[in-house]
Write a protein that binds this ligand. Sequence first.
Ligand SMILES: [Zn+2]
Ligand SMILES: [Zn+2]
Length: 168
Amino acid sequence: MESLGTEPQPCTDPDCRGQHAPAERVALAVALCAARGNKLTTLRRHVLELLWERGRPTGAYALIEALELRYDRPVGPPTIYRALEFLISQRLVSKIESRNAYVPRAHPERQHDGLFFLCSICGASTELEDPRVLRVLAEDAAALGYRVDRRVVEVQGACPNCVPAGAV
Ligand SMILES: [Zn+2]
Ligand SMILES: [Zn+2]
């Protein structure tokens, strides 16, 4: 799981569906944190690596289990929640509220908020960037006089692998 040595390559594809190599995205996270003067500690990096390897929204307790296996010692929930809080504050991870789970953000190098399609059959998630949705939300917030702090849109459904062809 060693990811250092992989060169980060900021993504320039506007239609990218986030199919990046986990090691490259973790290397990018290390570089982004360093550029912001924050440190991606070993534990924080391991949490991010695990999320990238799972490739689907993962709950805190599944992360704890995986880390305990890796470290061969107990890992307290507060430790994990602090690491997740840091990763969220750095826009490296999004929390999927409807599942109480976490996913790595495909493009932390970009300033955008997540639009997540979530498959309720296999558990997969797809992150999308759609400037149209963000524009509408910004307009609505302005009309209501809201200051927006968090803007994660979660859409539940069945992914193409779980819907028989032609059934949509
Ligand atoms: Zn990309
Ligand atoms: Zn599915």
